[in-house]
Design a protein around this ligand. Structure first.
Ligand code: NCD
Ligand code: ZN
Length: 348
C-alpha cells in the first residue's frame, strides 16, 4: 500500500506552551489534528477553569486563519485543588480532564501532587461527574532507579487509585513499559493509555548513540527494546484502550543543549507521518485509523471527526530546526527523512 486515507485524527496529549513560542508550534498540530488535549503545565500552571478559559482563548488567537482545530483543555491538579473547581470545570464544557503530575516528576511539575491521599475527595468528584484523570505515571522517589519509576508507580500509586475510585476514568499518559501495557490491558473498564511516536520509534540506546543526545531525552525516559516492542504491539493491536498522544513537548535549543537539559521531544511537525511508519513496519497500517482517530474520541465521549486525511509514501526531509519564540527548537528526526507525507486534508 502506498497511500492511505483515513478520518482526521486527534492528539490526546500535547504541550503547546504559551505566548510567541506557542504561536510558532501550534500550526504544526492544527494542520493535521482535529483536536488536542492540551497539557496545563505552564508557568504558572493552569489550575482553575478561569485559567483554562484564558489559555484556550490565547490558543485560538494563535491559530492560523483557516483551521478548525479545537483545543481541549485540562486542569493541573495540586494538593489544594478544591472539589468545587471540578464542578466548575465540568460545567464550563471546555475542560476535558485533570492532569496528575506527581510533584517533581517532570517539566513544570513542582506544583503537582505531593501525596495522593490529599486529592481523594477531588478524585471522588471527578468519578461522579465523569471527568477523566490524566496521569503522569512515574514515582519521584530518588531511591527508585529512573528506568523503574513507571513500573513502581503502577504498583504504589495507580493500582490503589483505580481500586479506590471504581468509577474514575484514568488515562495513563505516554506509557513506556511492557508493565504499563499489561496493566492497562488487564485493568477494569475506564482505564486507557496514550502512546507517543518517539517511544514507538526509539529505545534507550537513542539517548547515547555516539555521545549524549539531549534531543532524545524525555520523561518518562526511553526504555529497553523489549518495552518498545510491547508498545508497538499495544498500539497496533486494535485494542481501544490505546490511542494516539504525541506528548510533543517543545523546548528551546539552549535549554535542551545545556549542563542540565530539559526533558521533552518535539514531534508535532511530523507526528502522524511517524506513526504511519511504525504501523507500516508492523504490517498494521489498516489499524492506524482506529488508533489515531477513533479510540480516543470514543474514550472521551466526543464525536469522531468527520474530515479526512490522505498519507502517501513520499519521502521528505525534516528541517534541522524550527523557530520557537526568540529561539529555535530541534525537532524529532531533524535532518532525517520521513517516509510518509500528508498529501491531502479535508477538514469538513
Ligand atoms: C513534558 C514537557 O516538557 O512539558 N516533557 C516530557 O519529557 N514529556 C512534560 C511531560 O509530559 O512529562
Ligand atoms: Zn506530556
Amino acid at each position: 500500500m502506498t497511500q492511505i486515507t483515513m478520518t482526521r485524527p486527534d492528539d490526546w496529549h500535547l504541550h503547546l506552551r504559551d505566548g510567541a513560542a506557542m504561536a510558532d508550534v501550534v500550526a504544526h498540530s492544527a494542520r493535521v489534528f482535529g483536536r488536542a488535549i492540551v497539557m496545563p503545565n505552564l508557568t504558572p500552571p493552569v489550575v482553575t477553569t478561569d485559567g483554562a478559559l484564558g489559555y484556550r482563548r490565547r490558543i485560538l488567537a494563535a491559530l492560523p486563519a483557516e483551521t478548525t482545530f479545537e483545543p481541549l483543555m485540562t486542569l493541573y491538579l495540586t494538593d489544594r485543588t478544591p472539589p468545587a473547581e471540578i464542578k466548575m470545570a465540568v460545567e464550563s464544557g471546555i475542560v476535558h480532564g485533570v492532569k496528575l503530575y506527581p510533584a517533581g516528576a517532570t517539566t513544570n511539575s513542582e506544583a503537582g501532587v505531593t501525596d495522593i491521599a490529599r486529592v481523594g475527595e477531588v478524585l471522588a468528584v471527578m468519578a461522579e461527574l465523569g471527568l477523566p484523570l490524566q496521569v503522569h505515571g512515574e514515582v519521584t522517589d530518588p531511591g527508585v532507579d529512573l528506568f523503574d519509576r513507571e513500573a513502581v508507580f503502577l504498583e504504589r500509586i495507580l493500582a490503589p487509585i483505580v481500586e479506590e475510585h471504581p468509577g474514575l476514568k484514568v488515562v495513563m499518559e505516554h506509557v513506556t513499559t511492557s508493565e504499563a501495557v499489561s496493566f492497562v490491558e488487564n485493568a477494569r473498564d475506564g482505564v486507557a493509555a496514550t502512546i507517543t511516536p518517539h517511544h514507538l520509534l526509539m529505545n534507550r540506546n537513542a539517548i547515547f548513540s555516539g555521545g549524549i543526545r539531549p534531543h532524545h531525552y524525555c520523561l518518562p525516559v526511553l526504555k529497553r527494546e523489549r518495552h518498545r516492542q510491547a508498545l508497538v504491539r499495544a498500539a497496533t493491536s486494535g485494542n481501544a484502550r490505546f490511542f494516539l498522544g504525541t506528548d510533543s513537548a517543545p523546548h528551546s535549543v539552549e535549554t535542551k543543549e545545556a549542563p542540565c537539559g530539559c526533558a521533552g521531544i518535539y514531534s508535532a511537525h511530523a507526528a502522524l507521518e511517524l506513526y504511519a511508519g511504525v504501523f507500516e513496519a508492523a504490517g498494521a497500517l489498516d489499524r492506524l485509523e482506529a488508533f489515531a482517530s477513533f479510540h480516543g474520541a470514543d474514550y472521551y465521549q466526543l464525536p469522531r471527526n468527520t474530515g479526512s486525511i490522505t498519507l502517501v509514501q513520499k519521502p521528505w526531509l525534516v528541517p534541522p530546526a524550527y523557530r520557537f519564540g526568540e529561539s529555535s527548537l530541534i525537532p524529532l528526526s531533524a535532518g532525517e527523512t520521513v517516509a510518509w507525507k500528508i498529501e491531502e486534508m479535508d477538514c469538513h
